[in-house]
Ligand binder design. Structure first.
Ligand code: SAM
Length: 471
């Protein structure tokens, strides 16, 4: 029985409700009146239900689809402005006891070397990342209670936060590790993590069990209920995602939004972010083996529909996607991207991109500086801001900031100040020149005069060597 407030996976992600939703959406894919009403509702910026959003995703009326994309762009601009938050993944260990069919780290893969960073190696990787200009990391690891127990993850987090190389600083560590216990989530919270990210992979229980034949990840309920345990453990910024390509995308889309509705219903706050990874080639993984791959057009439509359905949720895209796809996705609602990523264990300290332990092939292989330069040329502000959680603006407090439209007086100056730091410390001369002009123009957009003046003062101080200002 479908119940968004239930704590049981099969009740808040109810298969029958998803099937009915998909049938309803299909029956209304040409219903111009209903689709028009849903678009009008989305304009109120209060979000859409999974059913309403599923109708938009199914819509086969070209002009209305165009309207949804335009609205997604508008909502993106209203809430997130032209800022794009930058981050990098850091792979700690590829030891894994699970049998995920799509992941090269699966336990039976004997062709990849297994590697786990020592604290000295973590230090070297972090210095390399700081030297690129990164301030925000997402740590990644396989699931292996012997090789990567929670104590190892916590030790790595402590090491990461302790390193201050030149003007470098990692100010926010997000964590993408397997579903775990409330007690372990509490430890992660105490270690000062930002967002806890866990991809559902697929919301379709039967497929989930088939795709995860062995290991602890096989347990659908334990995995699906992980965010509730994370919130119980005190983590109030959680990041959802599905791995597109494994199951029918319309099923995943409805499940994802039902999960968001569930978190809102039970904990009073929806997901902080939603990621949209697609299955990629990697070592012994052939994406063609999964027959639900989606075209770039469908992928873009999904992003636009998520944007209008959950306007306050950040959206993340990784370097799994090419420059071209990322350019379109940024306009439709993505607010965070990775740059200069290496998806192998120990990859940042190697001169050449290593492939031996890569989790997936990277499509966008540009350096961070190239991505920053590209974003700015396209009118975006690359932001290295990590202020919110450091100021305690997590969970519903962050949502309040969004809803009260204070982003231009808070996130916008923070983005400009952290970009200035990047320009001073890491940018190539051409990037610096473009950035200086962009900051001068963007300063004028800060509505509150006092905040604008403080920002101008702080930018001058940054040029004089001071660091880490924030609102
Ligand atoms: N081991 C943890 C877990 O099971 O959730 C951490 C996550 S893993 C290091 C990061 C994510 O990469 C997975 O959740 C999965 O969605 C994604 N992934 C795995 N194989 C992939 C592939 N071949 N292509 C693209 N993404 C992949």
């Amino acid at each position: 029985m479908y119940d968004p407030k239930s704590l049981k996976a099969e009740e808040f992600i109810d298969h029958a409700e998803i099937e009915e939703t998909l049938a309803y959406a299909d029956a209304h894919k040409h219903d111009r009146e209903l689709i028009g009403q849903i678009i009008e509702k989305a304009k109120e910026l209060k979000g859409l239900s999974h059913r309403e959003a599923s109708v938009l995703l199914a819509c086969e009326e070209d002009d209305l689809n165009e309207k949804v994309c335009q609205l997604a762009e508008q909502i993106k601009l209203d809430f997130y402005g032209n800022r794009i938050v930058m981050f990098a993944p850091l792979y700690l260990s590829n030891y894994c006891v699970n049998g995920c069919l799509y992941c090269p780290y699966h336990a039976k893969n004997k062709t990849i070397p297994r590697k786990k960073l020592t604290q000295e190696e973590v230090r070297a990787e972090v210095i390399a990342l700081q030297d690129m200009g990164h301030k925000r990391l997402a740590i990644e690891a396989g699931e292996d209670p012997v090789n990567n127990p929670i104590e190892y993850i916590l030790e790595c987090i402590r090491t990461i936060y302790s390193i201050h190389h030149k003007n470098g600083d990692i100010r926010r560590v997000n964590v993408n590790i397997a579903a775990t216990t409330v007690e372990n989530y509490r430890k992660l919270k105490e270690a000062g993590i930002g967002t806890y990210i866990l991809f559902q992979e697929t919301y379709h229980k039967e497929s989930y069990e088939h795709l995860h034949p062995t290991g602890p990840k096989h347990n659908y309920a334990y995995h699906t209920e992980a965010m509730d345990r994370a919130m119980e453990g005190g983590i109030d910024d959680v990041g959802l995602g599905v791995l597109f390509g494994l199951e029918l995308y319309r099923y995943e889309f409805a499940g994802l939004l039902m999960h968001a509705e569930h978190l809102e219903a039970v904990h009073g706050v929806g997901p902080h972010t939603i990621s949209v990874p697609r299955v990629k080639h990697a070592d012994d993984i052939d994406p063609e083996a999964f027959d639900n791959s989606i075209s770039d057009e469908t992928f873009e439509k999904i992003i636009a529909c998520i944007r209008v359905a959950v306007p306050y949720t950040g959206m993340i895209i990784s370097t799994r996607e090419s420059e071209e796809v990322r350019a379109k996705a940024l306009r439709l609602g993505i607010s965070q991207i990775s740059g200069g990523s290496r998806t192998s264990v120990g990859g940042y300290t190697e001169e050449e991109r290593p492939h031996d332990t890569e989790q997936f092939d990277v499509s966008d292989q540009r350096t961070l500086d190239e991505v920053v330069n590209w974003l700015m040329k396209d009118g975006f502000i690359p932001s290295f801001c990590t202020a919110c959680y450091r100021e305690g603006r997590t969970g519903d407090r962050f949502m309040q900031l969004c809803k009260s439209r204070q982003i231009l007086n808070c996130c916008h100056p923070n983005a400009l100040m952290t970009l200035q730091e990047y320009l001073e410390d890491y940018a190539a001369p051409e990037t610096k020149e473009i950035g200086e002009k962009l900051i001068a123009a963007e300063l004028k957009k800060i509505p509150n005069e006092k905040v604008q003046n403080i920002t101008i003062e702080r930018l001058a101080k940054i040029k004089n060597g001071e660091r880490d200002f924030r609102f």
